[in-house]
Write a protein that binds this ligand. Structure first.
Ligand code: F6R
Length: 230
């Protein structure tokens, strides 16, 4: 097993800068890289830094393919809760990306990824309950791309994103083999509230109760701010 690399930064801004450096290095080395991309709050400063670099002509994402990690069921893309909408506003459009793989049908999604040769780099957040994408606990490493019902813990943490709008109960998620099969993964973690789950993710034997813990078996770089560092 390869030891995950853990890098700790004084704050979320420094973390975002380092994450953007790693993503840009990947794309420089392979301009047609296939990137699996989380939404959520944690990666937003990283995506803003990537957008700044793209606008300044310091980075070119024109040949990159961006792959959606998860989506709510029954939420149209112009709904403020749509994760595709969020990904488009925060990542796809500002970086000038034209090639995308959306998650709307699990079989089509997996076939498209196979045709692309899999994921080069996964940019991931860590659920407060250890979920990865919407692979909720318990999820084993073979859990496929599928429809899931969100746990009460995820419904609660997702409530913070859209004020008074109800949180959808069901979602689609890229399966564990898609995520764990990425040639490289970055796990971005910030905030004190993630410290204990990050400790479990990195130091306890991999368990379905903490789906992110299976990342220990993959080429993983964890970027954490000081508040989240175990
Ligand atoms: C979102 C996703 C989720 C989030 C996780 C952390 O596309 O896949 O697994 O990465 O819930 O969310 P934040 O970053 O908001 O704490």
């Amino acid at each position: 097993m390869v030891e995950p690399t853990l890098r700790v930064f004084p704050d979320a801004g420094a973390l975002a800068h380092a994450a953007a450096d790693l993503i840009c290095a990947e794309v420089r080395a392979k301009p047609e890289a296939v990137l699996l991309v989380a939404t959520g709050n944690t990666p937003m400063p990283t995506y803003a830094e990537l957008a700044r670099r793209a606008a300044a002509g310091e980075a070119d994402f024109g040949r990159v393919t961006a792959v959606q990690l998860d989506e709510y069921v029954g939420v149209p893309e112009d709904d403020p809760r749509s994760l595709w909408g969020w990904m488009e506003r925060a990542f796809v459009r500002p970086l000038g990306i034209t090639r995308t793989v959306r998650l709307s049908d699990p079989a089509t999604f997996d076939a498209e990824l196979r045709a692309l040769g899999g994921i080069d780099l996964a940019v991931l957040g860590l659920g407060p309950n250890g979920h990865l994408g919407f692979n909720e606990p318990p999820s084993n490493p073979g859990a496929p791309t599928r429809r899931v019902t969100l746990t009460p813990a995820s419904l609660e943490s997702n409530r913070a994103y859209w004020g008074d709008l109800p949180v959808p109960q069901d979602a689609l998620t890229a399966g564990m083999p898609v995520i764990l099969g990425a040639r490289r993964a970055l796990l971005l973690v910030s905030g004190e509230h993630k410290r204990e789950i990050l400790r479990r993710t990195l130091t306890e034997p991999p368990t379905p109760e903490v789906p992110a813990s299976f990342l220990q078996r993959t080429p993983l770089t964890v970027l954490a701010d000081a508040a989240a560092a175990p």
